[in-house]
Design a protein around this ligand. Structure first.
Ligand SMILES: CC(=O)N[C@H]1[C@@H](OP(=O)(O)OP(=O)(O)OC[C@H]2O[C@@H](n3ccc(=O)[nH]c3=O)[C@H](O)[C@@H]2O)O[C@H](CO)[C@@H](O)[C@@H]1O[C@H](C)C(=O)N[C@@H](C)C(=O)N[C@H](CCC(=O)O)C(=O)O
Ligand SMILES: Nc1ncnc2c1ncn2[C@@H]1O[C@H](COP(=O)(O)OP(=O)(O)OP(=O)(O)O)[C@@H](O)[C@H]1O
Ligand SMILES: N[C@H](CCC[C@H](N)C(=O)O)C(=O)O
Ligand SMILES: [Mg+2]
Length: 487
């Protein structure tokens, strides 16, 4: 039990009805989970409005309500706290409830369109190798030292974040690396956290279903850097058009990384192969098992962060060369028959273009590149034709297929993708709605030395159709089919 007024510390309160000197069991923002003596925080969401569930929460035993508008029916014995923004209130309350865990460890947030999971996960691996107890909040999984939990979001809600951070503190974790998504920033999931550092990867087309314009998407990302404290570092990729924008108004220590510009952390690509990259990082050479120019940027972000957190530069490079690629990020196998199958989470136009260019730079002319790709349902529609154009422009064969159609008609998604394919590329394009059939066709078309890229789902182990998640794993599927075909 905690006392309500303690949980409300630092919350900007507009008015109070009732006593704040009451014992609270826990905080909930979903009425369906409310139990006796909870405080219910009403959130205005995209589908429903938590304020409509205040009565329901009280029926289930809520003793206190946090809202932006007081309900007409005030129930005796219930405390009402009126605040301007309930998302922000929830974030501060969550931090207070769990004892402000982010202040008790070093927390680094990684934001940008692509590369967040890669950078956060590899920093996690690197600090573990350097013998620290580490935590990770990522799209793929949540890790508290040795214990893994499944992830539901890239950036969980503020209650979950603080819950896991508290578990980390209790387990003796000293460093936590987390992904900070634009949805997360916009919904104040990361408000009230004490960051030691923030990293910016890049900004390109995504989530224009959620953010009205690209400028708004950029400004949401920027607000994360604006909110960093003076004691933190802000490390930004200044080869990206928006890299300097992110640092414009931050009071944090400004640091930069780049391949093409002068920066605090610089790298040069000496060799680029399917087995990895040979880089010159500042003045030292390092071989890493990560593939493609975009990963040279990721390496720099990791190196810069590690050094800012106090690790020795040379030791960091030694540890970097040991790191394995992250699940579903340019993960590849070479079949018995010599076909290379790459599974990659490229689900944005920029990521897809980068991965295809990387493969095209590495392969020789007589090897075919066959790409299997889809676009998610209930997500940014404007990226669909662009991704199909990129896939058909940069591959010998592009098979358009489904990727989590969610509540949309898979055929309608494919119709929108197809719109982007240029007439001269029609003959290169196939449309196969069923993802397994699409992968099978790619395998049937492939011959020794050819490369199959299966993009968009990476580590995901499901295909979401009409709200139901069916088991589906790109890597498992392609391996099974290649074996069956004896290829
Ligand atoms: C669009 C979006 O981001 N939605 C997130 C948001 O939900 P919402 O505000 O839309 O919720 P809502 O259904 O409208 O309900 C509003 C409020 O009423 C409450 N409610 C609702 C019904 C009821 O009976 N009782 C009740 O109290 C809900 O608990 C909620 O507090 O807040 C919820 C709690 O934090 C999130 O789980 C939910 O994520 C949904 C599931 C989602 O799919 N989000 C994706 C788009 C997302 O966040 N993605 C980013 C990654 C993007 C990237 O690649 O960069 C991420 O960080 O994961
Ligand atoms: N620095 C980078 N620049 C551009 N593309 C990248 C970069 N790093 C990774 N990618 C590409 O983007 C894909 C997604 O990478 P990653 O999962 O690290 O990004 P993310 O930012 O975590 O994505 P999400 O928003 O879904 O959480 C990779 O599979 C790869 O194709
Ligand atoms: N974090 C991204 C993941 C997209 C992955 C892709 N497989 C899809 O389902 O669209 C999103 O929520 O937009
Ligand atoms: Mg991610």
């Amino acid at each position: 039990m905690k006392v309500l007024k303690d949980i409300l510390y630092k919350t900007a309160i507009e008015s109070v009805k009732g006593s704040t000197d009451i014992a609270i069991h826990k905080i909930e923002f979903d009425s369906r989970k409310v139990e006796a003596n909870d405080v219910f925080v009403a959130i205005r969401g995209s589908l429903s409005n938590g304020h409509d569930y205040i009565e329901k929460a009280i029926q289930l035993g809520a003793k206190a309500i946090v809202c932006d508008t007081l309900p007409v029916n005030i129930v005796n014995g219930v405390t009402y706290i009126q605040v301007k923004d309930t998302n922000t209130a929830l974030a501060f309350m969550a931090a207070n409830y769990f004892g402000d865990p982010s202040a008790k460890l070093k927390l680094v947030g990684v934001t940008g369109t692509n590369g967040k999971t890669t950078i956060a996960s590899l920093l996690f691996q690197l600090f573990q190798k350097a013998d620290f107890k580490v935590g990770l909040l990522s799209t793929v999984k949540i890790v508290v030292d040795e214990t893994e939990y499944p992830a539901t979001h890239t950036t969980p809600d503020s209650l979950s974040i603080n819950h896991y951070l508290n578990e980390m503190v209790e387990a003796g974790v000293t460093h936590c690396f987390m992904e900070v998504s634009s949805h997360g920033i916009h919904q104040k999931r990361t408000e009230a956290l004490h960051f030691t550092g923030g990293v910016f990867t890049n900004l390109s087309h995504d989530h224009l279903d959620y953010h009205a314009t690209f400028a708004e998407y950029r400004d949401v990302k920027k607000s994360f850097f604006d909110s960093l404290p003076k004691t933190a570092f802000a490390l930004s990729n200044i080869d990206d058009k928006n890299g300097t924008v992110m640092l414009q108004n931050t009071t944090a220590k400004k640091l930069t990384y780049a391949l093409k510009s002068y920066a605090d952390y610089r790298a040069q690509i000496l060799e680029s192969q399917l087995s990895g990259l040979l880089l010159k990082v500042n003045d030292n050479e390092v071989w890493v098992k990560l593939i493609g120019t975009f990963n040279a940027y990721n390496v720099l972000a990791i190196y810069g962060t590690a050094v800012e957190l106090g690790l020795d530069g040379l030791e960091t490079l030694r540890l970097l060369s040991d790191l394995e690629s992250v699940s579903g990020r340019f993960q590849y196998i070479v079949s018995e028959g010599g076909i290379t199958a790459v599974v990659d989470y490229a689900h944005t136009p920029d990521a897809l273009e980068n991965v295809l260019k990387t493969i095209n730079d590495i392969r020789t002319k007589n090897e075919q590149l066959i790409t299997v790709v889809g676009c998610g349902g209930n997500r940014d529609k404007t990226k669909r034709p662009i991704m199909a154009k990129i896939a058909s422009d940069l591959s010998d064969k592009a098979i358009l297929t489904s990727d989590n159609p969610r509540n949309e008609d898979p055929e309608a998604i494919l119709d929108e993708m197809e719109q982007g394919v240029e007439p001269q590329n029609y003959k290169k394009m196939l449309r196969i709605t069923d993802r397994k059939q699409a992968i099978k066709t790619a395998c049937q078309l492939a011959e020794a030395k050819d490369i199959i890229l299966i993009a968009g789902k990476g580590h995901e182990t499901y295909q979401e159709i009409n709200g139901v998640r069916h088991h589906f794993d790109d890597m498992e599927t392609v391996k099974e089919i290649l074996e069956k075909l004896n290829k």
